[in-house]
Design a protein around this ligand. Structure first.
Ligand SMILES: *Cc1c(COP(=O)(O)O)cnc(C)c1O
Length: 376
């Protein structure tokens, strides 16, 4: 069976995790947390990167930092993972779901302005498949209305928009290092702070509402409870597992891009014949091959394809059920226009994509896809 995803496996992880075991410094904010956040700050030119227990936790921190209150509204796409919404709904916000563009499956930047009301407290964009949302337009809207932007860059680590790393463009960026993402520590994430005014409070919220980070830097002589907060920091065990992957980030990225290109170049002719649709990567976006998706004619053709692939021992998956049509989304949000979200999400399927996917596997899959197309 060719699985849909395989977590990155690097022998270096044994060495780094063993180092943590031997040091007995296993709580958060130790050596590896420092190494990973500094690596990202340098590589992505980010002001501050705070490691978290998940991207969900990083999104929840942004909701606290933005003082989200009951009755506030937060703009986001409906085509996303639940955490994008839940982080804000937890604090009483209502989600205002905006339609997507079919070519990238990202929020349609042209529809954002119409969704803004007096209650809008944030615009949350999702960089689907590691392809950037149209950030220039979105940041201009943000400036015009003075509404902060949160980038859900869970899928966007090592991808860029006009040479800027995803996650470093809005006020905040949220990364995921879940097992299903390009770089992983099992469960984990990071919050990128790009707007300096949130920095001090972000450290406090992450440290259970205390000013412990300041204390460790010797800026104060005792630490106390100063604000609301929670435990958002990951154990050194998890972070040490990630470190080796960051050191090999270019190799991992290039390897994924090669697989992505193989799919794209070999399937392009079927797009030209009008049989399938493939992802569009705008010229100013450098993606990270987080996923390879394609679209069939409709939901039935997609089911037939997934079943055919399964018979041939290839695991393909689809997502997301648009949030606005779910029980939670209906209760906690609204959507005025759904021209593409439902229709396009029902046509989309993801092909296996992971680091070190073998050439033979790719060729085998291409053969099976071609067989399926010839049977249509
Ligand atoms: C994976 C993902 C998340 C959640 O990440 P966790 O680290 O598992 O919390 C959030 N948003 C998007 C778009 C994702 O793909």
């Amino acid at each position: 069976m060719i699985p849909f995803n395989k977590a990155v496996y690097l022998p270096a992880a044994f060495e780094h995790v063993a180092d943590v075991v031997k040091s007995s410094k296993i709580a958060g904010d130790g050596k590896y947390t420092k190494l990973c956040s500094e690596w990202m700050e340098k590589r992505f030119c980010a002001k501050k990167v705070l490691m978290t227990t998940s991207c969900t936790a990083a999104l929840e921190m942004t909701a606290i930092l933005l003082n989200i209150q009951p009755g506030d509204e937060v703009i986001m796409p409906s085509y996303t993972f639940v955490s994008t919404a839940n982080a804000f709904v937890l604090h009483g916000a209502k989600c205002v779901f905006v339609d997507i563009r079919p070519d990238t499956m990202n929020i349609d930047e042209k529809l954002i302005e119409d969704a803004i009301t007096e209650k809008t407290k944030a615009i949350v964009v999702v960089h689907y498949a590691g392809v950037s949302s149209e950030m220039e337009t979105i940041m201009n809207i943000s400036k015009k209305y003075n509404i902060p932007v949160v980038e859900d860059a869970a899928q966007g680590v090592m991808a860029a928009y006009k040479d800027k790393a995803l996650g470093t463009i809005g006020d905040f960026g949220c990364y995921s290092f879940h097992e299903t993402k390009n770089y992983t520590m099992g469960e984990g994430g990071a919050l990128v702070i790009n707007n300096e005014k949130y920095l001090e409070r972000a450290e406090i919220i992450r440290e259970k509402g205390t000013n412990r980070s300041k204390f460790y830097r010797g800026e104060i002589d005792k630490y106390t409870w100063v604000d609301i907060g929670s435990s958002f920091l990951p154990s050194e065990f998890n972070v040490s597992y990630l470190y080796g992957q960051l050191l090999m980030a270019d190799e991992i990225n290039n390897n994924r891009i090669e697989s992505w290109k193989f799919y794209y170049e070999n399937l392009k002719k079927y797009e030209d014949q009008g049989i399938i649709e493939l992802p569009n990567v705008p010229l100013h976006c450098a993606h990270n091959a987080h996923m390879f998706w394609l679209k069939w004619k409709d939901v039935n053709q997609r089911s037939d394809f997934i079943n055919y692939m399964r018979e041939k021992k290839i695991s393909c998956v689809f997502h997301y059920v648009p949030l606005h049509s779910s029980y939670g989304g209906n209760k906690y949000g609204r959507m005025d226009q759904d021209r593409y979200t439902t229709m396009e999400s029902e046509r989309l399927v993801r092909l296996p994509m992971f680091y070190a996917l073998k050439k033979e596997e790719l060729e085998y899959m291409l053969g099976v896809i071609t067989e399926f197309i010839h049977m249509l």
